[in-house]
Design a protein around this ligand. Structure first.
Ligand SMILES: Cc1ncc(C[n+]2csc(CCOP(=O)(O)OP(=O)(O)O)c2C)c(N)n1
Length: 374
């Protein structure tokens, strides 16, 4: 018989965020959901060239993402993790970093990869099942996808420690989701980074769902409050507002670079598609919720703001054409990807030749010499 206390619903922790309190608190917004500048947006002003760059990269990311979903449905990719809806959180934050800063992604950061110069083929190779990862992390300062939730936060903290020991002033930036924040690894990473004052920026894309588990079942208190409890400086931002994400990440990354210790940005956003192409989100979330977030679409929002700032329709047409071109290139590069060379399985395992390899070669030579080979 189980203990009676186990059958009781536990009382919510004192700090649990009450939905009405959440509604009363609004993360930083420079552009409101309707695309109009907020008071903070008017105060800070808008750098129109930057806003155009962010908008264009978001359009490209969406075009690649939608094409990848179509390719998966046609059997050209084994799996795809959709990033539609999260373009502002990704594009806004990555544009705030210096090229020398190191990025550790989770598995949905395709927009980050595009901004870091990855080709569609490099982004798709892993999901076509022909490579462990599709790019050279050293070239782009962008490490491989991490599909084991949260592990990349520990990799990032260790990497940042290495950078500090090497005397370089790069910041290590790590992306993870709201669900990953429940992992022990992530909380250990917060603590390790804070106690050693390491140059790490944690970026959480809080897209409200960890597959079918809502944030309300993951968070006893908001993540930026939790991070502050570990000793991280933290920022909370509307993750569908690319300009606000850019502004907040710029402040956060500058504070880390100045040596003020690690920081966290929590970007409130939403995953419009399924968790992956294997998931059916209709089984756990409502059409009303989806519609409400569609009305906060990051691309539409910035487009309205840019139009109000005088950007002409013709410019948007050229950006849309660039998106269509990227989609066509994504398809062509995907279909042209050659199958894997199975010898590559061993190619990148050890930095130096492993002793077992030498022993195998010597044994094969022995078999050859004695005529006992197959
Ligand atoms: C250690 C670990 N536990 C469980 C899983 C299975 N899993 C894959 S994705 C996912 C949800 C992740 O949600 P979140 O961190 O919010 O990121 P999102 O997928 O929403 O971007 C889970 C539970 C995993 N990959 N790794």
């Amino acid at each position: 018989m189980s203990h009676p206390a186990l059958n009781q619903t536990p009382a919510p922790p004192a700090t649990r965020t009450d939905p009405s309190a959440l509604a009363a608190r609004v993360p930083l917004q420079l552009v409101g959901p309707d695309g109009r500048l907020t008071e903070a947006g008017h105060l800070r002003g808008v750098d129109v060239d930057l806003a155009r760059r962010l908008y264009r990269d978001m359009v490209l990311a969406r075009a690649l993402d939608r094409e990848a979903v179509a390719l998966q449905r046609q059997g050209e990719l084994s799996l795809w993790l959709q990033c539609e809806g999260q373009e502002a959180a990704q594009v806004g934050s990555v544009h705030a970093l210096a090229d020398r800063d190191h990025i550790f992604p989770s598995y949905r950061e395709h927009a980050v990869g595009l901004v870091r110069g990855l080709t569609p083929a490099e982004l798709l190779a892993q999901w076509r099942g022909i490579a462990h990862a599709g790019w050279d992390p050293a070239e782009h300062h962008l490490h491989f996808n991490s599909l084991v939730l949260g592990t990349q936060t520990l990799h990032a903290v260790g990497y940042a420690l290495g950078c500090r020991l090497d005397g370089d002033d790069s910041v290590t930036v790590v992306y993870f989701g709201d669900g990953a924040a429940s992992q022990g690894d992530v909380n250990e990473a917060f603590n390790w980074a804070a106690t050693m004052a390491l140059p790490v920026l944690f970026v959480c894309q809080n897209n409200q769902w960890a597959i079918s588990t809502p944030t309300s079942k993951q968070f006893g208190t908001s993540l930026h409050d939790r991070a502050a409890g570990f000793g991280l400086r933290s920022w909370w931002v509307d993750g569908n507002d690319a300009l606000a994400v850019h502004a907040v990440t710029t402040e956060a990354v500058e504070s880390v670079r100045r040596g003020q210790g690690p920081a966290l940005v929590e970007a409130e956003t939403y995953r419009i598609g399924g968790h992956s192409t294997s998931d059916d989100p209709k089984r756990y979330r409502t059409d009303e919720e989806l519609d409400a977030w569609r009305r906060r679409d990051p691309l539409a929002r910035l487009r309205t703001a840019l139009t109000d700032l005088g950007v002409e329709a013709a410019w948007f047409d050229t950006v849309d054409a660039d998106g269509r071109e990227l989609a066509a290139r994504t398809r062509a590069e995907c279909q042209a990807l050659a199958g894997p060379d199975l010898r590559d399985l061993f190619a990148e395992v050890y930095a130096d030749p492993h002793p077992v390899e030498r022993e195998r070669a010597s044994y094969e030579a022995h078999l050859e010499l004695t005529g006992r080979g197959r």
